[in-house]
Ligand binder design. Structure first.
Ligand SMILES: Cc1ncc(COP(=O)(O)O)c(C=O)c1O
Length: 368
């Protein structure tokens, strides 16, 4: 099966290793093993044999994931290799050649390139800066029809940092419901709203055909545990499990164990992470106030922000030159179909963020 190359991943694999100040990252300073162990008084993992473990994920982990939702039962949840594994399984289980998919961009490329590789017709709906990077419901109403099988979006959004308000989410559900459309909401940044309740409503809790994808990588700062999940209607989960059996068996028993511990201690992780996030947003605000060459909508959640630069230089050239001259890495908008923008991770910690933004300012003073 042919598939486009994954542009963001290609870029990061090629350029991030040489970065001194890496602002391409979407993670909030990952936890180290010692910190995780400090949450675990039993240390029972030392006496656990390294079998495949529970094939569908341990009951302890599934219960911890269930507690992130309002109305999901254990039967509605399956464990995957990260959100990347989860998204792929959803597309494989749901789509066939000729199906119509509406994908809200900018987004993680899986959300349009996998459906395209399956042979689906993908309609791309671009978020716009003038709408604060929120979906335009009038446009959505026009683009979704009875022919549409799946609507897919990311909430909170990577790369823009926008958060769909719960009231707008309800309206999106109404549009989908009228047309009998599934919704896949990539919720890997759920729990990272900067204002109000950190957790937006999950699509799986408010819509019968809502599919929620989550993972340990962003909100819980554990990308090294390759654990994600899908919460959805039980019959769809059963279809997904058919595909899962061909590519997963189980997630590592170590990943399963530590993920459960982390989720049981998520308040402690959140307290630490919100300090880093708030510090990042404050640095960003201060920098923007004295930076004439950049415009941006400040993030409402998540870990990234989209910067519009007031220059004509292509984003890839900008990012390559900046990296070579200063050691600072940003992600070029061209890699996610947003030429003229660059993405910055603002949860990289004070030193990296300040140094990275300062070097961008210096660079923009002299570029065309
Ligand atoms: C929107 C989105 N979905 C999925 C993923 C993959 O996450 P995971 O590490 O859980 O596989 C990412 C990673 O950056 C992401 O930003």
């Amino acid at each position: 099966m042919r598939i486009d190359s994954f542009k963001i991943e290609d870029w990061m694999n090629k350029y991030c290793p040489e970065a001194k100040y890496d602002l391409t990252t979407t993670c909030i300073k990952p936890l180290c093993v010692n910190e995780l162990f400090s949450f675990d008084s039993s240390k029972e993992i030392f006496n656990t044999s390294l079998t495949y473990g529970d094939i569908q994920g341990s009951l302890r982990l599934k219960n911890a994931i269930k507690s992130l939702y309002e109305n999901q039962e254990l039967e509605n949840i399956t464990i995957t290799h990260g959100a990347i594994g989860a998204n792929q399984l959803v597309f494989l289980a749901l789509l066939e050649r000729g199906d119509e998919v509406v994908s809200v961009l900018p987004a993680y490329q899986q959300h349009y390139s996998i459906p395209e590789s399956i042979g689906a017709e993908v309609k791309k709906l671009f978020l716009k800066e003038e709408h604060n990077w929120l979906p335009d419901l009038n446009e959505l109403e026009k683009v979704i029809t009875r022919k549409t099988k799946l609507l897919t979006f990311t909430n909170p959004n990577n790369p823009t940092g926008s958060v769909i308000p719960d009231s707008m989410l309800e309206k999106i559900v109404e549009i989908a419901e009228e047309n009998n459309v599934w919704i896949l909401s990539d919720e890997v940044y759920r729990g990272l709203n900067l204002y109000g309740n950190p957790y937006s409503k999950s699509i799986a809790d408010i819509y019968e055909k809502g599919i929620s994808v989550g993972s340990m990588s962003k909100t819980y700062s554990l990308p090294g545990l390759r654990v994600g999940w899908i919460a959805a209607r039980e019959d769809l989960i059963q279809e997904i499990i058919k595909h899962r059996e061909y590519n997963t068996i189980s997630v590592s028993i170590l990943d399963d164990y530590f993920s459960a511990i982390a989720l049981e201690n998520r308040d402690r992780i959140a307290a630490r992470n919100f300090e880093i996030m708030n510090e990042g947003v404050n640095i960003l605000k201060e920098w923007l106030a004295s930076e004439p060459n950049i415009h941006c909508v400040l993030p409402k959640g998540g870990t990234t922000v989209l910067l519009k630069y007031k220059k004509t230089i292509p984003s890839k050239v900008l990012c390559r030159e900046l990296l070579h001259k200063t050691g600072t890495a940003f992600l070029p908008g061209e890699t996610f179909e947003m030429e003229g923008y660059i993405r910055a991770g603002f949860c990289t910690g004070k030193e990296t963020l300040t140094a990275g933004l300062t070097s961008l300012s210096e660079y923009l003073k002299t570029s065309v």
